[in-house]
Design a protein around this ligand. Structure first.
Ligand code: ATP
Length: 482
């Protein structure tokens, strides 16, 4: 994957750990050995049953390509975004964040090439009149598209035409010509349009990046695979501005960084791969792109694109707006239009990959010496919607005040759920199923004897007695918060 013809690294532009990081990247994982304990149907069912993710507007029959994240799903998504921001922003000082408007001047999308070229090929069946993505649907093949009549033998696709994926709407009270705007199909353009302003006011020097997390909208022809391909989704994008000539090395650097991020948060190595784009697959702006792909139960599919966008965007916006978007490098006494390396990830797809990868079914020992099947999400504690569940053995008046006190003691450091409904065994299973790393049980010994609680580990199911005094420090250590 590393191009040996690229320029040697430029010491003043690249952090010293760069080379070591790159060795971690594997260009291609084994294509055959899947390691899933689950199917998409199981994940969809779990998400619906536990209120993690479910259809938007469900009481009206739902809206295709739109999903709602319930309390646990919203927490999972927040944690994904938080982990991304921590790695892309908090732990470094060469990337700054913006939160730009979704509605932008229409000229942005003309200059960027989206009005002209942000399209997918659309084909219509002459017999059932349903529409499909021409590059994905194979006539008569039920595995590639959904015929509304399920009679694939009768389908007869017409010629493909280009369909623009941007949602158009109007600003102002009338829908007259000239009032059209688009819902952004990516967050990236704001980083280009705001480049000069942000660079100046944040006093960043090239190389540096501008990051943004936010909603994007695409009128996908065939939304499918649960939250994998939807019409409204969130992106985590970062545009890293570099000196022309340093772009290829920085591209490799960001591929390594992003690869490590997915593995560090627990995706199994055999389920992640880096796939370089073929020349005929590259976007109009890109010189070189790789996708980080995850082995979903349905297929290897993109989680993130990491593109070398060259100076295409800043040049295009500079020309279209008449504003100077070049950069003056004082140290080198050189003016240039920066090249851009862009890691662009989807929050929803990433959350789905973490859910699928974490899903396990195991045989667990029971108190009576037998075994029973348990389902668990082995989510990294940084992603788990609930970090600690506090469980009083029963609703007995003697236990409740202490259990509430324990929950309050922990709330400031992590996400805590107080759960007193059902047998302890059932509550453990319930927490396992949504990935809660620790359950803290308050029993009669706690209040009458040792002022200690039982901490149960989700993965090993081992139980440890920990004094309430020591509990915060104990959890800090287990959660690496110390
Ligand atoms: P695809 O080829 O799957 O349509 P893309 O290459 O068009 O994706 P990008 O434009 O590179 O996607 O967007 C960056 C990221 O945004 C993607 O890697 C993906 O995680 C996310 N994303 C893009 N489109 C969607 C969508 N319709 N639903 C959910 N996430 C999406």
């Amino acid at each position: 994957m590393t191009d040996s013809t690229q320029p040697s690294l430029l010491p003043e532009d690249l952090p010293p750990e760069f080379e070591a990081d790159l060795h971690e990247v594997e260009a291609d994982a084994d294509d055959t050995a899947g390691t899933h304990d689950t199917t998409m149907e199981t994940i969809v069912e779990l998400c619906k049953r536990r209120g993690i993710i479910f259809q938007s507007s469900e009481i009206y029959g739902g809206l295709r390509g739109a999903w709602d994240f319930g309390p646990l799903g919203a927490a999972l998504k927040d944690n994904v975004k938080q982990a991304w921001k921590r790695s892309m922003l908090q732990l470094r000082d060469d990337v700054v964040q913006i939160d730009a408007s979704i509605l932008m001047h229409p000229k942005v999308w003309e200059a960027s090439g989206h009005v002209q070229g942000f399209t997918d090929p659309l084909t219509e069946c002459r017999t059932c009149n349903a529409r499909f993505r021409a590059d994905q649907a194979v006539q008569g093949d039920a595995s590639t598209y959904e015929c509304p009549r399920s009679d694939y033998s009768l389908c007869d696709f017409g010629p493909a035409r280009q369909f623009n994926l941007m949602f158009q709407t109007h600003v102002g009270p009338t829908q007259e010509s000239g009032s059209e705007v688009w819902l952004r199909p990516e967050t990236a353009q704001a980083m280009f349009v705001d480049f000069a302003h942000v660079q100046l006011t944040s006093r960043q020097k090239v190389p540096f990046g501008i990051a943004q997390v936010g909603k994007s909208f695409r009128n996908e022809i065939t939304p499918r695979n649960f939250i994998f391909r939807v019409r409204e989704f969130e992106q985590m994008e970062m545009e890293f501005f570099v000196r022309p000539g340093a772009d290829e090395a920085w591209h490799d650097y960001w591929i390594a960084q992003r690869w490590n991020w997915y593995l560090d948060l627990g995706l199994r190595r055999e389920n992640v791969r880096i796939r370089p784009h073929a020349a005929d697959e590259l976007s109009h702006y890109a010189k070189h792109t790789v996708d980080v792909e995850y082995r979903f139960p349905f297929a290897w599919s993109e989680l993130e694109g990491i593109a070398n966008r060259t100076d295409f965007d800043l040049t295009a916006h500079g020309q279209a707006s008449g504003k100077d978007l070049s950069y003056y490098d004082q140290a080198r006494d050189e003016r240039f239009v920066p090249y851009v390396v862009e890691p662009a990830a989807g929050v929803d797809r990433t959350a789905l990959a973490f859910l699928v990868d974490a899903y396990r079914v195991e045989d667990a020992p029971t108190a009576s010496g037998g075994t029973e099947r348990r389902t668990l999400l082995k989510l990294d504690h940084r992603l788990a919607p609930i970090t600690v569940a506090v469980l009083p053995l029963s609703r007995n008046d003697k236990l409740v005040p202490t259990a509430k006190h324990v929950a309050d003691l922990l709330r400031g450091r992590c996400t805590v759920q107080y759960d007193d409904a059902g047998s302890i065994g059932k509550r453990y299973r319930r927490q396992d199923e949504v990935g809660t790393p620790f359950c803290v049980t308050v029993d009669f010994d706690t209040v009458e004897d040792d002022q200690a609680v039982t901490v149960r580990d989700r993965d090993t199911m081992t139980q440890e007695r920990v004094s309430i005094d020591r509990l915060p420090a104990y959890l800090d250590e287990r959660l690496d918060l110390g």
